[in-house]
Design a protein around this ligand. Structure first.
Ligand code: HXC
Length: 259
């Protein structure tokens, strides 16, 4: 991100990223950290968090990590309290933790559906709710990571589509209710992003040609391209942006459902 944004552009930003140990979320941490932000991350896997914290520290960032499953509100609250003690009150909360698998709706178990709703949607609410007092104090902002499935249905993604649509609605509701506290709330809708666990779970490289054909720019995206939008939203340049659902997808949302 250096060379595109001014060096130190996010000095003073304290970002807390759920699911920050890997994928797009880690890339967001790297981008923010390289611009001077301090980074708190939580996730379920301690080894993954340790690897991520090394990556972030190599970017010069102050880092806090906590093992927490976003389905457990108390664990998320305790992680965010610990982050505050270590780095100061959060100014930018990224609700990024997600779970996914492909499954036809007709054979998906109720618990399979619920598991993804719990991780994606309940997890996003838990993080936003746990972060509210800190965000109110800093007049900070929230970024939700949505998905194209919330707009148009993708086959075998009934659970994820329902969760992501819920996330977008939650994003809008919090923009409305928490705007008077100075808190901004937005979501990014990533398109097909190469090299991520999410894409692997959506069919991986075998599906690459299909995704490229569905994307007007004719290629898959890169995690850095999502992180660049996150950096913009974390910065004062976005000070009047709230309630926005922002695709970073090469135009893929214009081309319809994925069957
Ligand atoms: C059908 C499945 C299944 C599968 C799990 N289940 N995998 N059903 N097909 N492939 C069902 C199980 O049978 C069980 O229901 C229920 O889901 C819970 O499964 P567990 O394994 O006990 O859950 P858990 O250990 O909590 O793991 C959650 C998970 C897992 C979502 C299932 O995959 C996970 O931890 N994922 C995290 C990483 C991840 O998914 N990253 C990608 C996110 S990217 P029963 O009835 O048997 O009890 C993303 C972007 C999408 O979301 C957008 C791309 C464009």
């Amino acid at each position: 991100m250096e060379g595109i944004f001014q060096s130190g552009a996010l000095k003073g930003c304290v970002a807390f990223i759920t699911g920050g140990g890997s994928g797009i979320n880690l890339e967001i941490g790297r981008a923010l950290g390289s611009l001077g932000a301090s980074i708190g991350i939580c996730g379920r896997n301690a080894d993954r968090l340790e690897g991520a914290s090394n990556v972030l520290r190599a970017k010069g960032a102050d880092v806090f990590t906590a093992v927490a499953d976003v389905r457990d509100f108390d664990a998320v609250q305790s992680a965010m309290d610990g982050c505050r003690d270590a780095l100061g009150p959060v100014t930018f909360l990224v609700c990024g933790a997600a779970g996914n698998f492909l499954s036809p709706a007709e054979s998906m178990s109720a618990n399979g559906f619920k598991t993804v709703i719990d991780i994606d949607l309940m997890g996003a609410f838990n993080a936003a709710r746990a972060g509210f007092e800190q965000l109110k104090e800093t007049r900070g902002s929230i970024l939700f990571i949505s998905g194209g499935q919330s707009w148009v249905p993708f086959a075998y993604q009934a659970h994820v589509g329902a969760a992501k649509a819920g996330i977008d609605n939650l994003m809008a509701n919090l923009a409305l209710e928490w705007g008077p506290y100075g808190i901004r709330s937005n979501s990014i809708v990533p398109g097909p992003i190469e090299g991520t666990e999410g894409m692997q779970r959506m069919g991986g490289d075998e599906q690459r040609d299909i995704w490229e054909a569905m994307t007007p720019l004719g290629r898959m995206g890169r995690a850095q391209e999502v992180a660049a939008m996150a950096a913009f939203l974390a910065s004062p340049a976005a000070s009047f942006v709230s309630g926005a659902r922002i695709p970073v997808d090469g135009g893929q949302n214009l081309t319809g459902s994925h069957v």
